[in-house]
Design a protein around this ligand. Structure first.
Ligand SMILES: Nc1ncnc2c1ncn2[C@@H]1O[C@H](COP(=O)(O)OP(=O)(O)OP(=O)(O)O)[C@@H](O)[C@H]1O
Ligand SMILES: [Mg+2]
Length: 214
């Protein structure tokens, strides 16, 4: 069966859409067949052109069901579902469908309070620090926020996805084929963590990933 990853969380603007595309891109860079699944009715679908993964439109329940069935019938495929904020019911449904659930959050108190609640509600989900500061002082402040507000949840947090302005290139419909190295490296780091959690080998049958030299 193909695997399904859901990127959800009750708060808007935490980076769900960016992370779902970044992850699908990273999986593509490792030679995996990935689909990015749009479920947010307020967003327009993106074009396939130049992407290393397939973006699909699942804004209606029927489309979502069909795509889930398709992914499950394709053994090596990985679907990354972009949730969309403020949809508790949808989040609960995606949580029950997915093999792995990611909850992006930024370093603000508000995001941390919301993700704490989501981590409680979804006990198998992973918190994913998102738009994380790259400046050393801001990074220390962000880590302090985690230590103060959610110290017990450290074991359920993944490595951060840093704030990178080129991440918006992935959300354009006309994504360039060659993306900045910093973005590709971040996509690979995220994909690597996810593949490890899903226990999917990085290199299958001794074939190196196609973009390993990039
Ligand atoms: N890692 C990042 N680096 C820089 N900017 C980012 C990053 N992740 C997200 N952003 C920016 O933050 C904003 C919100 O991101 P995004 O749309 O991915 O969040 P979302 O959780 O999907 O929002 P919504 O709840 O509206 O669906 C966008 O302008 C996006 O470009
Ligand atoms: Mg979104």
């Amino acid at each position: 069966m193909g695997k399904v990853i859901a990127v959800i969380g009750n708060k808007g603007g935490t980076g769900k859409t960016t992370i779902s595309h970044l992850l699908a891109h990273g999986l593509g860079l490792y030679g995996k067949s990935a689909i990015s699944v749009l479920t947010d009715e307020t967003r327009e679908p993106l074009l396939r052109q130049n992407r290393r993964y397939v973006p699909l439109d699942a804004r209606t329940p029927v489309q979502l069901e069909r795509i889930m069935e398709r992914i499950h019938s394709l053994p090596t495929w990985i679907g990354v579902i972009d949730g969309g904020g403020n949809r508790a019911e949808m989040d609960a449904q995606l949580y029950s469908l997915a093999d792995l659930v990611l909850l992006p959050f930024r370093d603000s108190h508000e995001d941390i309070r919301t993700v704490l609640n989501d981590l409680e509600t979804f006990p198998n989900a992973w918190g994913l620090p998102s738009q994380w500061p790259t400046n050393a002082w801001q990074q220390m402040a962000a880590e302090r926020n985690i230590d103060e507000l959610m110290p017990d949840y450290r074991p359920r947090l993944l490595e951060p996805v840093y704030s990178v302005s080129s991440s918006k290139l992935l959300l354009q419909s006309d994504t360039p084929f060659a993306l900045p190295t910093v973005l590709n490296n971040m996509a690979r780091r995220l994909a690597m963590q996810v593949l490890e959690l899903l226990e999917i080998p990085l290199v299958e049958d001794g074939v190196p990933p196609p973009d390993s030299a990039q």
